[in-house]
Write a protein that binds this ligand. Sequence first.
Ligand SMILES: NC(=O)c1ccc[n+]([C@@H]2O[C@H](COP(=O)([O-])OP(=O)(O)OC[C@H]3O[C@@H](n4cnc5c(N)ncnc54)[C@H](OP(=O)(O)O)[C@@H]3O)[C@@H](O)[C@H]2O)c1
Length: 304
Amino acid sequence: MEVFIAGGTGFIGRHLSRYLLQRGFKVKVLVRRPERALVIPEGVTPSYGNPLVPGDWLHECARANVVINLVGTNIFARWTSKYKELIRESRLLATQNIVSVLSKGQLLLNASAIGFYGADRGEEEITEESAPGKDFLAKVCKEWEEAAFTARSQGVRVCTLRFAVVLGLGGGALSKMRLPFKLGLGGPIGHGKQWFPWIHIEDVCRIVTFLIEKKDLSGPFNLVAPGIVRNKEFAQTLARVWRRPALLPLPPRVLEIIFGELASLLTGGVKARPKRLLEAGYIFSFPELYSALQNLLKRKALIR
Ligand SMILES: NC(=O)c1ccc[n+]([C@@H]2O[C@H](COP(=O)([O-])OP(=O)(O)OC[C@H]3O[C@@H](n4cnc5c(N)ncnc54)[C@H](OP(=O)(O)O)[C@@H]3O)[C@@H](O)[C@H]2O)c1
């Protein structure tokens, strides 16, 4: 079975392509900059092109049994109006280009985010049936998913992957948190009571194969571990695993100064549940945070 991954040179894509390759899938990854071909695992075939611009790469996309779309400009930067447009445009254009060549019998797994529900939903229990949020990222996720779901009218099975914060080695949130914790400056954000949805990268990879195999499943899925914690517990557990203190709460005002509008994503929280995955019978490898972090620590010493 052939899988084509756009955005496969990123953090999730690199883990996923290696995982799928090991499970016997033929994996092709779209590479927009030749130097990024170096990051794709051995055995994965590069396909060259810019996902935001139609080109020959779309032939590969049209041929694959499964297309996974992970393209998106990283959101961790100061959100100027120009940058916000790049966040939105990179996701929409890539999805629209991909959808334009898909046809009956193919499966599209399209990235989205728990940000679909908004940056802060307080104590509300959030499932796939919950209403979308109203802030900038929520609107982007909504448009992004709508663009993916248009492929349904072409006979394509479409699943959107509403990722929580993905925990894994070699990138993502943990690598950003490593330095402050190493310096003893890690800690909860503000009062730390906000919910912190997370998922282990191995579950992300297993959920992808689960969705490939379960042909009756489609629609949105919350990719979030059942053992969701509050921000303070997240910081304390990370500190315990990394054997570092987590004493200093980070004042939200500091984040606002550094990140501007993006700060609301870090100070808010969403108590998201993986309702549809659990109903479909998916069993998480890492439902609880402590064992998820211990596992990552065992795989590689995160602090050297
Ligand atoms: N990681 C998480 O915790 C998380 C949580 C929620 C949602 N998500 C979403 O899941 C997707 C994958 O996440 P990730 O962590 O793997 O992201 P990532 O490491 O930043 O990788 C993003 C991918 O998109 C490509 N890309 C970025 N900007 C682009 C642009 N302007 N034009 C064309 N291609 C561009 C990158 O190509 P290059 O390698 O060439 O730069 C890379 O292949 C993203 O859309 C992200 O928003 C991730």
